[in-house]
Ligand binder design. Structure first.
Ligand code: CA
Ligand code: CA
Length: 195
């Protein structure tokens, strides 16, 4: 009898433990499904301000266990591989977009083309990117990578999705699974190679 009570207590304890554990987990990948490692992800509880930071693994996955259920702000940052996937061909694509010759209709492409991060694609973005490709004393005006939740339809911009700092609610015991798109700024045709 004693033994049974002991086992029941252990079961109860593990149940309590699992009921209290909640987490955010997911994979970070480009629109072309290249996984992106080394992304710094910070989850901050918007009430307590308690925060925890992890990095995405080699396969683009991440898991953040958080102490409390509630509302969280997840920030994604990376300046890894800023030139990977960026070439003069991307410059040509931005020019064609501006001239209405070949319009990029995906929001992921808009983020890739908006080098100075002001929300619009103009000739200034071409100037910035050209400087970058030529290695002329250049740092990205915005982070080299932008992050957002995968969109159901990337050609539908209404409402505009959150970028870089995303907001989520996690319930007690919930594992919130996220599908995160990483856009390499400057890589309009998605030629970034991960891994
Ligand atoms: Ca711009
Ligand atoms: Ca490219």
């Amino acid at each position: 009898m004693k033994k049974i009570i002991k086992i029941l207590t252990i079961i109860q304890f593990s149940f309590l433990f699992s009921a209290n554990a909640q987490s955010f987990t997911g994979t970070i990948h480009t629109p072309n499904n290249q996984v992106v490692e080394g992304v710094t992800i910070t989850a901050k509880n918007t009430s307590s301000q308690a925060s925890i930071t992890v990095m995405s693994n080699n396969d683009g996955t991440f898991t953040i266990d958080v102490a409390e259920a509630g509302d969280y702000e997840l920030s994604f940052e990376s300046d890894v591989n800023p030139l990977n996937g960026v070439s003069t061909f991307d410059l040509v694509l931005i020019s064609k977009h501006i001239l209405n010759i070949l319009v990029q209709d995906s929001y992921y492409s808009i983020l890739a083309m908006d080098i100075n991060g002001n929300g619009i694609v103009t000739v200034f973005d071409i100037i910035y990117l050209r400087q970058f490709i030529l290695g002329i004393d250049f740092i990205f005006p915005v982070p080299a990578w932008r992050f957002l939740e995968a969109m159901d339809d990337p050609t539908d911009f209404v409402p505009l999705p959150e970028v870089d700092t995303l907001h989520f609610h996690v319930d007690s015991g919930e594992t919130k699974v996220l599908d995160i798109i990483a856009v390499k700024v400057g890589d309009v045709n998605g030629s970034f190679i991960g891994g």
